[in-house]
Design a protein around this ligand. Structure first.
Ligand code: GCO
Ligand code: MG
Length: 402
């Protein structure tokens, strides 16, 4: 089954997405998500200029060999651009293989380990009261897990707060938005948010919160301790993870579970976090960690150490990524939870899909392959628009982690 054609489709139905579409000689097609928020065209150029010429004529069934060829064959290893580009190709090849077998992808990954995929929603508000009300709205719609974020007084443009209901879209057109951050205010505010949510809605659902890499390890340890009475499902991205050993300090101080990994792109980014049991959930996505082939390795390593999955599912990961994630979630033994932010109607139109949300769970569907496609005519209606993620500064003007 030779690869006859490979395309990179960049489309912007509300936000930018990069999609790889591979067609084999017999006309079977497969799609893969290769979106890297704010750096989309770097991945698109990497694919178009450097990977696509290598793929024509290769056997589409040789997924592992193609992965090794693209990873080792570049000499230059890892990094978000490389690994996202490889992910796009890898996911499309898995889609093709599953279609050729006439099976939904999860069957090729070992078959069902569960009937449905538990998801968490993202509740946001300009005040604690607003966020508490939003959490209630999610619970009313059947969600069993909700991440609560609320604007922090004394800051400007807090992470996780937008204007678009169920979804939070941080990237904006033009140059990066400048936001203002203050850790002391945040450390006082966050426990008040957790207390208010639990007081109003009780403990009968999973509550999580995203710190978005902004704290030092000792600050994160303090917040983890303060959060203990509210029994969080997890605290997400407490500190940056270039130095994985930094998580030891957090671990020494708190029993609040820790999740991280959305910016990781290889198993080497999380090896120490996993083998030293410094985290409870690994949140790496199909799109940013080299596709299904490499993500499976990460999740298998995690399984050995009792670390569960918590796949990143923000709106900047396309429906193609979400579909792929749901097949992985359905098959693996060490599934934890899946992030779910519904895409805009325009995005759903460009990417018709078989997965469905019902009562707090997602179902990947039974169509052969990933169960998602790209409508190229619809995609062409939404040309690329330059957009960036925000940056964060402290009150004195110095740069902080956004
Ligand atoms: C999440 C993430 C996102 C990221 C975004 C960056 O947990 O959903 O933190 O909101 O900021 O995916 O592109
Ligand atoms: Mg996050």
């Amino acid at each position: 089954m030779r690869i006859a054609d490979v395309k990179v489709i960049v489309t912007s139905p509300g936000r930018n997405f990069v999609t790889v579409k591979i067609t084999t000689e017999d006309g079977t097609t497969g799609v893969g998500d290769a979106t890297l928020n704010g750096r989309e065209l770097a991945v698109s150029a990497y694919l178009t200029e450097h990977l696509l010429p290598l793929l024509i004529g290769r056997d589409a069934h040789r997924i592992e060999d193609t992965w090794q060829y693209l990873y080792r064959g570049a000499y230059w290893r890892r990094g978000p651009v490389t690994m996202t580009a490889i992910a796009g190709v890898d996911t499309a090849l898995w889609d093709i293989k599953a279609k050729a077998a006439g099976l939904p992808l999860y069957q090729l990954l070992g078959g069902r380990s569960r009937e449905r995929v538990l998801v968490y929603g993202h509740a946001q508000g300009a005040t604690i009261d607003e966020t508490v009300a939003e959490v209630g709205r999610f619970l009313d719609r059947g969600y069993r897990a909700v991440r609560a974020q609320s604007a922090v007084p004394g800051t400007q443009g807090t992470y996780g707060i937008g204007s678009d209901g169920d979804r939070y879209e941080p990237a904006s057109a033009g140059l990066p938005e400048e936001t203002i951050w203050s850790t002391p205010e945040y450390l006082d505010h966050a426990p008040e948010l957790f207390a208010a949510v639990r007081e109003k809605h009780g403990f009968g659902f999973h509550l999580m919160h995203d710190m978005h890499h902004r704290l030092t390890p000792i600050e994160a340890a303090r917040l983890g301790k303060a959060a203990e009475p509210y029994r969080l499902f997890w605290l997400e991205d407490p500190t940056t993870a270039e130095d994985q050993s930094a998580f030891r300090l957090i671990r020494q101080h708190t029993t609040t579970p820790i999740a991280t990994g959305e910016v990781f792109n290889s198993i080497y980014d999380c090896r120490q976090l996993i083998t030293e049991r410094l985290i409870d959930y690994i949140r790496t996505s199909v799109t940013h960690a080299g596709g299904i082939t490499h993500l499976r390795r990460i999740l298998s390593l995690a399984e050995l150490y009792g670390v569960r999955s918590g796949s990143h599912g923000a709106t900047d990961l396309s429906p193609v990524c979400l579909a792929a994630a749901l097949h992985v979630d359905t098959a693996i033994p060490n599934f934890g939870i899946q992030e779910y932010m519904p895409h805009t109607p325009a995005t759903d139109r460009v990417f018709p899909h078989d997965y469905r949300f019902r009562d707090g769970f997602l179902y990947p569907g039974e169509e052969p392959g990933l169960g998602v496609d790209i409508d190229e005519n619809a995609a062409a209606e939404y040309p690329y628009e330059p957009a960036y993620l925000p940056v964060a500064r402290l009150h004195d003007g110095s740069m902080h982690d956004w």
